[in-house]
Design a protein around this ligand. Sequence first.
Ligand code: ARG
Length: 581
Amino acid sequence: MTILQDLESRLGAALAAALGEPATAAVTSAADLRFGDYQSNAAMVLAKQRKTNPRALAQEIIDRLDLAGLATADIAGPGFINFRILPEAYAAKAKELLGDSRLGVPAIGAGKTVVVDFSAPNVAKPMHVGHIRSTIIGDSLCRIARFLGFTVIADNHIGDWGTQFGMILHGWKHVMDAAALEADPIAELLRVYREVNAMTKADPAVLETCKNELVRLQAGDEENLAIWRKCIEVSKRGLQTIYDTLDVRFDHWLGESHYNDRLAGLVDEFLAKGLARESNGAVCIFSDGVRKPEEDPFMVHREEGWTDNPAIIRKADGGFLYATTDLATIEFRIDEWKADQIWYVVGVPQSLHFRQIFEAAERWGKKGDFRHVAFGSILGEDRKLMKTRSGDNVGLVEVLEEAVERAAKIIAEKSPDLQGEEAAGIARTVGIGAVKFAELSQGRLTDYVFAWDRMLALQGDTAPYLQYSTVRIRSIFRKLDSPFEAMSAAIVLNEEAEIHLARLHARFGELLPLIVEDFRPNLLANYLLELARAFHSFFEACPVLKSDGPVRESRLALCELTSRILVTGLGLLGIKCPERM
Ligand code: ARG
């Protein structure tokens, strides 16, 4: 049980006693430590309902509150109840966490299956920085959800059946360089795509040929299907190298094409069930009139007022769309994988699409908790969308390479004794960690500015700072003559810096469940920074190796716990820690 849960259950009991009926009360961690560690507005909420004096009710609750061994309480302002946790309660908690491989994190996801839909680049199209966000946020959410006990299915829903294949097929037959494809499939497919794209602009006849290639592919032409398959295969291989660099893994790669066979039947079913109807030859899903137009994804406000904004699931020419595939995907994930939740980590511009398919799925009777985990854009230091000098979107690979190069330079400067493979390995860990942390420490909806120097700084709100903190703790233990047995140490907290460190240790298990409520890995990132800062203050104020006896044992145990939480927490963000740096 976390300290917060303990407070809530004791407060609930006191409340029930005061009111003479069962009651629950929410406790939150206090924003300002001067007023205590936790607080509750339960008395104010209840007093309002019962039209009594909130401060008097708060007093009545406190009188009945059994906080023995845990905290003290007082009333503040209009009727807040503030709790201050006793140092011995934090000490007991730290002791408990040292013996707990879950570090106090409750398994709130046990028994629930969640599909995380992330990364999902489009084959033969550039994977741009926007895909970095999806890949990094999605991977971190998978790790956090797994740690919380969810059964997580990471699915890479790649765009492997788009109109781009018309151009790719034509290019494959006429301008493909087989050796280049072998060496760097993603780059060569992209080059081919761009070259053919330029050809279609110059010569409308080429555009016609490309369209015909696409039609033949969709009609099941063997030659084109074989090329398409090969194309997907080499692309996946290329993508896999990037995911390996990032240490990102998927359980499945069920791309859009996986659902092809289901689309025609799905549209028929929607028509038969009256969930969709024909409009100008196309099959569309319309508003059912239940919601207010402001909240209805199938309505849009135009000059003439509120008008229909249907989702098309079959075009007049018989072709299927993104929405059709996504509906088939929802059905599959619920029926085959028994998904209770699906999290889509996709940029803000697709929010209407997701509102529409979530609503359509619900009407269709596909029940589940579907969430669009949206994110904003990445901006260059000029605050414009990040571009390379040639004006292209910056590719993911370039960003990662540059991060590692820059990290290598910094390491060579700061730690010249590190050499060769070891130095190169550390540069990878630090460079990639820095990119991930820069991403994950931002609120996902804000557009964030990609600033190299800021993300790689050793002092600052960065991954290198956190990694360096873990290295520093390791070096304390390296100085010991014999291995330290944290489990046998008694924890005593006397100094303010020690108490604060233990306070943060106790918060880890309270914080993680909050992250999956609204998908904010930045809460974890910021918590880790706070923990590292608390550690450095503690380390300055409280001698560890130079102290003796039980104080030394206790402080070493605090170091160990800090290190374990930092390493675990960074691991949940997908960031590794080097042994040295
Ligand atoms: N391939 C899409 C894109 O790059 C993202 C797919 C997201 N997932 C989904 N189920 N729609 O924009």
